[in-house]
Ligand binder design. Structure first.
Ligand SMILES: Nc1ncnc2c1ncn2[C@@H]1O[C@H](COP(=O)(O)OP(=O)(O)OP(=O)(O)O)[C@@H](O)[C@H]1O
Length: 359
């Protein structure tokens, strides 16, 4: 079992002007694939380096399975790392790159051969073991870097944007392979990325970071579907936030509230987090394109009249811009449904997909 905890961590630079990481408590569970997600400079790498022992925190503790390892040097923590740059040794073959950590540990030669073979098979790079890094593609080098990290049988794996040097198509493929490998090995992993989609498809849980602090921890569904703060809502790709006030709690079990938008005399039902939002709370209604569609004639709940402003053809659908309470939102329709600019339509805003975020 390998469980990682951070307690009361603080790391600042320039006399505290820059807070690189400030984390009250974070637990990464056994066998979990845990994502640290946030924009550039939000403290993801600092947090990962503190776990690795490459950065010493100003304050706080790092624990593995309850044991305080804060003072332990990186090489004694038993953690495997895969970096963005992969950092393969250019003058060593794939085999020697993978074997490097084993040689440092003075493992006998036949055991080294066996273990490198094991890692190479897992990553399907058996045929590449005699090649030098310059003789391999980016994706192949990346596999060698992962093989090198797992061959020492680390207690946990730490990834820092390991796929960012790969093109989009390969990145998608390797995401699934990495995740499959992690499951097979049952190894606790921490994965740093600034890519929302990557975090959503790969991780069991995600911590969204902003300015060194964790804004929200949750499953991909929770982070995407129930953002706890405005920052998370915007970072996870919600295009429009419309100010409103909560009139009433409509259904506690479904976390459904009625929100009055500040402009335009419009009331809408939306989901929210009832631990943070109560009657009369000021909120933003977070509207994603997938919450908006044309209303069926018989629908009445969350249906409003709007005017189409402009439209664009996007190959597999149309996208129209409409104004809601003075804010622009998107309406998507299939290519067989064409609407004219200036025409009036009824749209439905799905209660289940609309989310009210505390303001
Ligand atoms: N060694 C350092 N000296 C000074 N400031 C630093 C140092 N390391 C990190 N910082 C600052 O701490 C903050 C967090 O940096 P960090 O690298 O952890 O962010 P990040 O989320 O990993 O960003 P990126 O995605 O760009 O790598 C940034 O403002 C950064 O400039």
């Amino acid at each position: 079992m390998v469980r990682i905890e951070l307690k009361d961590i603080y790391k600042g630079y320039y006399g505290g002007k820059v807070v690189a990481a400030e984390i009250e408590y974070l637990e990464i569970k056994d066998k979990e694939f845990f994502g640290l997600l946030g924009p550039s400079g939000s403290g993801k790498t600092t947090t990962l380096r503190i776990i690795a022992g490459l950065t010493q925190p100003d304050r706080g503790m790092v624990l593995i399975d309850g044991e305080d390892i804060t003072q332990l040097p990186p090489e004694k923590r038993g953690l495997g790392m895969v970096f963005q740059s992969w950092a393969l040794f250019p003058h060593l073959t794939a085999f020697e790159n993978i074997a490097f950590g084993l040689r440092l540990r003075k493992i006998p030669e036949d055991e080294i051969k066996r273990r490198v073979q094991w890692a190479a098979e897992l990553l399907q790079i058996q045929d590449l073991l005699n090649r030098y890094p310059y003789q391999m593609s980016g994706g192949q080098q990346q596999r060698v870097a992962v093989a090198r990290a797992i061959v020492v049988q680390p207690r946990a794996l730490l990834f820092d944007e390991p796929l960012s040097n790969l093109d989009a198509k390969l990145r998608e493929q390797v995401r699934f392979e990495l995740r499959k490998l992690q499951r097979e090995l049952g190894i606790t992993s921490v994965y740093v990325t600034h890519d929302q989609a990557e975090a959503l498809v790969m991780c069991d849980r995600i911590a969204v970071m902003n300015k060194g602090r964790i804004e929200q921890i949750g499953s991909p569904e929770e982070i995407y579907g129930s953002p706890a703060t405005r920052f998370v809502a915007e970072f996870m790709g919600i295009t429009t936030l419309i100010p409103g006030n909560v009139l009433e709690i409509v259904n506690r079990d479904k976390s459904l509230v009625r929100v009055a938008l500040e402009e335009g005399n419009i009331e809408l039902l939306a989901r929210t987090n009832l631990e943070k939002v109560t009657k009369d709370s000021k909120v933003f209604l977070a509207v994603r394109p997938e919450a908006v569609r044309l209303a069926h004639p018989t629908e009445t709940s969350n249906v409003i009249d709007v005017k189409i402003q402009t439209g664009s053809y996007l190959g597999d659908h149309y996208e129209y811009i409409i104004s809601l309470s003075g804010y622009l939102i998107r309406l998507r329709t299939p290519v067989n449904v064409r609407l004219d600019s200036g025409s009036s339509v009824k749209i439905k805003l799905e209660e289940e997909t609309l989310f009210a975020v505390p303001r």
